[in-house]
Ligand binder design. Sequence first.
Ligand SMILES: Cc1ncc(COP(=O)(O)O)c(C=O)c1O
Length: 488
Amino acid sequence: MPPLNELPLVSVPEAPPSLQGSKTTGLPFPDPQAFDPDLQGLLQGASDLLGDWFATAAHQRPLPGPTMLPPVSPGQRGLSNHALLAEVQQLMEGAYNPNHPGALAHLDPPPLLASVVGDLIAAGLNNNLLAEELSPSLSRLEKALCGWLAEAIGLPPGSGGVPASGGTLSNLMALVVARHQRGLDGVGEAVVLCSADAHVSLAKAMRVIGLLPDALRTIAVDAAGRLDTTGLAEELADLDRRGVPVIAVVATAGTTVRGAVDPLTTIASLCHQHGMWLHVDGAIGAVFALSEGHRHRVAGLELADSVTMNPQKLLGITKTSSLLLLACPAALNATFATGLPYMEPSWGGGHGGEAGLQGTRPAEVLKLWLGLRQLGLEGIAAVLDGAIFRRRQLQQLLEGDPRLRVLGGSFHLLAFRPAALDRAGCDLWSQRTRQLLLRDGLMLSRPDYQGYHHLKAVLGNPHTASEHLEALSVILLRSCGEAAGVSG
Ligand SMILES: Cc1ncc(COP(=O)(O)O)c(C=O)c1O
């Protein structure tokens, strides 16, 4: 991939004289002729609101109580900047607060500052990644950055990809590409293999691509939550024997509840033997391959045909930021291109709208690029280091107590439940303990995993300090002890 500054420039024709100096309309669009004080006032007001929201986040709660919604439908007359900002503030009071140090429930970290600004600039530019003439520089940036990311996680030279609005869409596109590449379009008996702990987005993808739910063959996981490769080998051999076509094997690098990584190298070698497409759902884990010190956690990722990566889940890139990266990016156009008869032909790199499922797309690449540039490789490593450090810290605080069963993996997720309780007991315990924790500004989630409700902590929040984890462990262990006492 040539550096951006070596890519050919596009010549921009001058505007015809009749359009130069056109008058503004009186409507609230940016003035194209002069710096607009109204725009400046609105931006400044919004930036002050957001600045205050960030600055007071630690004094609020992760999850606010119920709040009133501002009026929903447009009034007869449009609102002033002042009135608009007052309504925005009202909405912000009821927003989830990822910047609170106790926000530990989900894979939704605080936003990186440059990423917030990237979103604002992208909205202002209002370019469209559908076609090159609607986003000249951003289309080139998108291709170049996808190429860099794909190679940075170890895919071969020439690899690349496309952004998508969330991991669900990246996984769906991966299956559509795999099916097309394997010549299985329209084959109703085809199946997809994944582990029992794979993300629910795969079940959704099966519906979208017109396959029945049992076409998603789930293989059991081992005690550490990783796909059992003996089971996979047996299933592949059986499908071979019966002549059942396989669209893809999907391995997970970072399962949703405990962050387990399937044995990617062994799975890749099985896929190689059987001529299968390997998609790795690395929505959680693929970003760890960006750092030398963490790459070992996803060893084998580089052997995948396609990888889902969600920089929104840990790196703080504002939502949405997901990518489908492929060893052979030409497969995207081979699968999705229909021609865009209402557009000028591509002048080089290919239209973004031909490389994936989405047509019109915002410039999500801008906030990803700006966020990564702001962090630098050292900053990326520091985010990952911090998340792993906090997971280890909490794990140490909890694992010493035999009353609690703690499930972890290679990343920054931990799930736990009282060992002595049955299903109903775990359901009650998790509800009650979540409420107790919320009262102290600590928010965990409550996944139903392997038939038991657990509490889950996601340790990707850089504001969480040792004192928060200690407070969390005290409440958890006390509540676990009380529950065990009641059940005993
Ligand atoms: C492993 C995994 N894959 C895919 C997804 C779906 O990603 P998104 O919510 O961005 O659609 C998730 C979401 O948590 C996930 O954990």
